[in-house]
Design a protein around this ligand. Sequence first.
Ligand SMILES: [Zn+2]
Length: 141
Amino acid sequence: MTTARHRRPAIGGAQRRQDEAGRQGEKTVHELTLAENVIAIAEAAARRAGARRVTRVRLALGLLAHVETDTLLYCCRLAARDTLAADAEFQAERRPAQAHCGDCGRQAELAALPARCPGCGGENLDLRGGEEMKVVDIGIS
Ligand SMILES: [Zn+2]
């Protein structure tokens, strides 16, 4: 974790605006790939349990995960076609990141971007735990 200090949120923000302007298609492919993984995980869980269908899939997205929540949910519904999860309900929640301010030393939970220290307003933040994407709950029947 020695290289963990960075300014990724600020860079990520600029990157995202560029993506929206010129690379929307590429982004959607990225989210579709993630969605296909989600469906594979859900189907595997259903098969292991001997279930016939997946009724619900709940995802947790870190604040810094490079996905659009709505796009990901849309891609999940697309990827679920003709699978055990075809009628599943998809939900996603954003999880906060942990921030440590390199200027004033404050520790804080960060729930929104752009990332700024709640103590001093600085951007010299070391961020952790905000990039994960997890399937947290799968409903089957
Ligand atoms: Zn600070």
